[in-house]
Design a protein around this ligand. Structure first.
Ligand code: AYL
Length: 531
């Protein structure tokens, strides 16, 4: 039994992402598209379209062809979307790399994705070059310039002939972000132009867009699918301005919302927590905000309510705090809470603890993991999703694809949800291995592999444990010492910190004699959780 969306279907334009997102640029050529939240530097819609065309031409002139992968390793800047759309308009595929990655993590992604070019920024050049020693690429481009490397200015001012690359939106990939999905190591998620065009189009009926006048704060990273689709591409497609910040700092965030008259904030739970609790919030005028949407990890219902109540006490009477739900494999949105007044016909206000309704064109099932059958009405089940935003599959990994995406097009999310009579979903649990730390993915299998690389460690298993105070899941390692080893908890933490990005750090260690495993050798994570 499949639940249809409560919203009527929308038509998905048959366009490439650059055509779709930049299509309105000529009409608003002189209006700001991208604003640097710190310096105020601005790129207009007209300039953006021009730069994108130039970057595409320059990449083509350098020999890049349709389907070639270009890795982008950069924090949020106003130039990131120029590079993203330039690569896409050349028919190439962007693999976005986490800005905090270590050289080893970057090298893994470069190798796995088969990236030919790496685009980065000068402060990241050391890590980029250390990575390309292990996984060579043809060229490293440094956006803001560095001795011996082409810069973005070089690309834009090169006298390359214009290119018109034929893109088949339903088949051709635009991006290859990495996700561990329900199990194992990070995998390249193949997303097509149509996946992203669809996701922005599907989200619109619930958003109540004031076309051309929205101002979106882009503090969540563009290198994650949330920032890529929801902030960058949706924000630009709405025709207003996207205001970038390179990292989250509460004071900067509040100042930018106030000074730039931000209308929409798409954030993760730690930012909602700060908005609800931090004293500094009262010192700023946040009355331009119409909505705050939290996604990427569970948001506590009372926290969402507290943030909304507090902001409404200021002048922003209309502000609503809501949630979105999705996965990298869903481009990423499948569910979201609608703006007040945009609920499906006849439905009342949306309760704060829910992730709202399935988007238009999106079907859902809830499957009892024990029986594989549809859950009884009102009962919990694993959420399956089908729609135009579902990924094409994992790169070079038909087995992982088959385990996640079934023959009928259902994506098995590994999340457990319930649906109420009105069609509103609540995410109640996770049955996959994945740990979420501040909205970022932490894949236990990846950390276990790093732990096992240490000769002092005979065996290891990683799970997430809930920290009551912060509400975060903390990655915890169960470690079996190698014979004769006296490796300590601090040694292990320090060793991991050297090899993985900060959000993947091991925060708790427990030494055990043996890792509990099934007959087939699979780690029995439940047993570890129940200890
Ligand atoms: P990935 N509540 C609970 N868990 C969530 C939620 C939520 N609102 N959103 C995401 N998750 C968890 O690939 C869930 O376990 O994509 C899911 O399988 O990094 C996993 O995070 C996917 O992690 C938005 C904004 C969707 C963000 C996103 C998700 C991007 C995270 C819609 O509006």
């Amino acid at each position: 039994m499949a639940f249809a969306s409560r919203y009527p279907d929308v038509e998905i334009p048959e366009l490439s992402v650059p055509q779709f997102v930049l299509g309105g640029a000529a009409e608003r050529a002189d209006r700001p598209a991208l604003i640097d939240g710190l310096s105020g530097e601005t790129i207009t819609h007209g300039e953006l379209a021009f730069y994108v065309e130039r970057v595409a031409a320059a990449l083509h002139a350098r020999g890049l062809r349709k389907g070639d992968v270009v890795a982008v390793f950069s924090p949020n800047t106003i130039w990131y979307p120029v590079v993203f759309h330039g690569i896409a308009a050349a028919g190439c595929v962007i693999s976005p790399v986490n800005a905090l990655y270590t050289p080893e993590e970057i090298a893994f992604q470069l190798k796995d994705s088969g990236a030919k070019v790496l685009v980065t920024v000068s402060p990241f050049l050391d890590r980029a070059l250390a990575a390309t020693e292990k996984s060579p690429v043809d060229e490293v481009i440094v956006m803001d310039g560095a001795e011996g490397h082409a810069s973005l200015r070089d690309l834009i001012t090169a006298d390359a002939p214009a290119v018109q690359v034929d893109i088949d939106p339903a088949e051709d990939l635009i991006t290859l972000p990495y996700s561990s999905g329900t199990t194992g190591l990070p995998k390249g998620v193949m997303l097509t132009h149509r996946n992203l065009v669809a996701n922005v189009t599907q989200s619109r009926p619930l958003a109540g867009v004031d076309e051309g006048n929205e101002r979106i704060i882009a503090v969540l990273p563009f290198f994650h699918i949330y920032g890529l689709t929801v902030l960058m591409n949706q924000g630009l497609q709405w025709g207003g301005a996207v205001v970038t910040l390179p990292r989250f700092d509460l004071e900067q965030f509040l100042r930018v919302v106030q000074d730039q008259k931000i209308t929409r904030a798409f954030v993760a739970p730690p930012i909602v927590l700060a908005l609800a609790k931090h004293p500094m919030v009262d010192q700023f005028d946040l009355s331009s905000l119409r909505s705050i949407t939290s996604g990427a990890a569970p948001l506590d219902e009372s926290l969402a309510q507290a943030a909304q109540d507090r902001l409404r006490k200021g002048a922003s009477e209309g502000v609503s705090v809501g949630q979105g739900y999705g996965m990298t494999e869903l481009s990423p949105v499948s569910h979201t809470t609608p703006e007040v007044g945009l609920e499906p016909a006849g439905a009342g206000p949306t309760p704060k603890g829910t992730v709202g309704y399935a988007l238009p064109n999106t079907e859902c099932r809830l499957i009892d993991p024990a029986t594989g059958e549809d859950a009884a009405p009102g009962e919990r089940g694993e959420l399956w999703v089908r729609g135009p935003q579902v990924m094409k599959g994992y790169l070079n990994n038909p087995q992982a694809t088959a385990e996640t995406l079934d023959g009928e097009g259902w994506l098995h999310t590994g999340d457990v949800a319930i649906v109420d009579d009105e069609g509103r979903y609540t995410v109640v649990d996770r049955v996959k291995e994945l740990i979420k730390y501040k909205g970022y993915q932490v894949a236990p299998a990846e950390l276990e592999a790093v732990l096992l690389n240490n000769p002092q460690i005979a065996d290891a298993a990683v799970i997430g444990v809930l920290d009551k105070e912060s509400g975060e899941e903390l990655p915890k390692a169960f470690v079996v010492r190698a014979p004769g080893s006296e490796i300590s908890e601090d040694d292990i933490k320090a060793y991991m910190a050297e090899h993985v990005a900060p959000h993947k750090k091991i925060r708790l260690v427990e030494f055990i004699d043996q890792v509990p495993k099934s007959m087939a050798g699979k780690i029995l994570r439940k047993d570890l959780k129940n200890r």
